[in-house]
Design a protein. Structure first.
Length: 368
C-alpha cells in the first residue's frame, strides 16, 4: 500500500509532535465476472459482475502521531465499496438488527477507531473487528472475501456474515497485547448495545437492556512457521445469546517444500436452541509470481430435537497471478454439496434441498 505522508513541519509554530505525524490513504478495488448455478427443482443460476472476489474492495484513511517515549495516537477510518455498482455498505449503530443502516450508502462500516498505543499494548475505541472473526479470516486460504471460494462457515453460520456482530462490533472498547511477547498475541473486547437501562421488548416485560452487548477474546502464538489461535465471543440478546468459539492453526514449510502453507479451523456456535459446528482445511502454495490455493469446509446445523441436521460442504480451488506487488489476476472454481435438507448455494444461485451448486470466477484486484 502506497503511503501518502502529509508533513506539517514546515508550518510555522507546528512543533515537534506535528513533524512526526502521518496520514495514509489506502484501498482495494476488486472486480470479477462470476457465473453460479444451482440444481434440482426451482434452481436458478446467474452471471454477474461482482466485487471483492479476491479481497474486499475498500477505501480508507489511517494516521498516527508519535507522542514520544514509545507512545502514539492513532486513527483508522475504512469503508467497504461495491465498485461494480458504485455503492457502499451500511454500518450498524447498536449491534442489533434494528441498528442496520440503509443499504448502498457509503459509511466507514469496516472500521472506525481511535487508539492509544505504547509499550503496554494498544487501547482501541470505536467500530472494530470482533476477536473471533480473525481466525475465520486468517486460517482460510480464501479468507472471508466475497468471492465464490470464500469461507463456507462464515457465509452460512449463525454468527457469520448475517449476524450484526459476526464480523465487527460498534461502540467497542478493545485492548491488544504488545508485539514483543515472544510470539504470543491476543486481544479482548467489550462492545455495548447502548439500550436504556429500563428498556423492555415491545409488548412484554422482558428486559432487553443488554441486547447487542458483546464480549470477546483471542489468544494465539506464532513462531517458526507455526501459528495457532483460540477465540471466543458472546453477544447478548433477549431472544437468545449468540456464542462463537473457534480454533485456527497453520504451518508454513521452508523453501525445501516451496513454502507450502497448510491451514485449518474448528468452529462451534450456538444461538437460542440451535447449535452448529464447522471444520475447514486448506493450503496455499506459491508458484513463481502466483499462488495456488484450495480449501474444503463442512458446516452442520444442529437444531434442538431435530432428526435431520442440515449439512453443507464446499470445495474451492483458485489461482492468483501477481502482475506486480499491487495488481493481480485471479480465477476460482467452487462447488457446494448439501444433505439432510440443506440448500446452501453460491452467491446469485438458487439450489434445491440436498442438491449442489457450482460456479466459476475470473477477476482483477488492485491495491493502493
Amino acid at each position: 500500500m502506497k503511503k501518502y505522508l502529509i508533513a506539517l513541519a514546515a508550518a510555522s509554530g507546528a512543533g515537534g509532535a506535528l513533524a512526526q505525524s502521518s496520514l495514509t490513504l489506502f484501498g482495494v478495488v476488486d472486480a470479477a465476472v462470476t457465473y453460479t448455478k444451482g440444481s434440482g427443482p426451482g434452481s436458478a443460476g446467474k452471471t454477474q459482475l461482482t466485487n471483492s472476489g479476491n479481497m474486499f474492495s475498500r477505501l480508507g484513511f489511517r494516521g498516527t502521531e508519535d507522542l514520544g517515549g514509545g507512545y502514539s495516537a492513532n486513527f483508522w477510518l475504512e469503508m467497504g465499496l461495491q465498485n461494480d455498482s458504485a455503492q457502499g455498505f451500511p454500518s450498524n449503530s447498536n449491534n442489533q438488527a434494528s441498528g442496520n443502516g440503509p443499504a448502498g450508502v457509503l459509511s466507514f462500516n469496516r472500521r472506525s477507531t481511535v487508539s492509544l498505543a505504547g509499550p503496554f499494548g494498544e487501547l482501541r475505541l470505536g467500530r472494530d473487528y470482533v476477536p473471533a472473526f480473525w481466525n475465520t479470516a486468517i486460517f482460510d486460504p480464501f479468507g472471508t472475501g466475497g468471492g465464490i471460494g470464500a469461507n463456507q462457515i462464515y457465509f452460512s453460520g449463525l454468527g457469520g456474515l448475517v449476524a450484526p456482530t459476526g464480523t465487527r462490533a460498534s461502540n467497542s472498547i478493545g485492548y491488544l497485547l504488545p508485539a514483543d511477547l515472544g510470539g504470543f498475541y491476543g486481544q479482548v473486547m467489550y462492545a455495548m448495545g447502548e439500550n436504556d437501562s429500563n428498556s423492555v421488548l415491545p409488548g412484554t416485560q422482558v428486559s432487553n437492556r443488554h441486547d447487542g452487548d458483546h464480549t470477546g477474546a483471542r489468544l494465539g502464538y506464532q513462531g517458526g512457521g507455526f501459528n495457532i489461535a483460540l477465540a471466543t465471543g458472546r453477544t447478548r440478546y433477549a431472544s437468545g445469546d449468540l456464542r462463537v468459539t473457534n480454533l485456527g492453526a497453520s504451518y508454513t514449510f521452508d523453501a525445501s517444500l516451496m513454502n507450502l502453507k497448510l491451514t485449518s479451523e474448528l468452529y462451534r456456535e450456538s444461538k437460542g436452541s440451535t447449535d452448529a459446528k464447522g471444520v475447514l482445511v486448506g493450503f496455499q502454495l506459491p508458484i513463481g509470481p502466483g499462488e495456488i490455493k484450495a480449501s474444503y469446509a463442512r458446516y452442520r446445523l444442529e437444531p434442538a430435537g431435530a432428526l435431520l441436521k442440515p449439512t453443507s460442504s464446499k470445495l474451492a480451488i483458485g489461482y492468483v497471478h501477481n502482475l506486480s506487488k499491487r495488481t493481480a489476476l485471479y480465477a476460482t472454481i467452487a462447488r457446494i454439496s448439501n444433505s439432510n435438507g440443506a440448500s446452501q448455494a453460491l452467491s446469485g444461485a438458487i439450489t434445491a434441498p440436498n442438491r449442489a451448486s457450482s460456479g466459476t470466477e475470473f477477476g482483477m484486484r488492485h491495491m493502493f
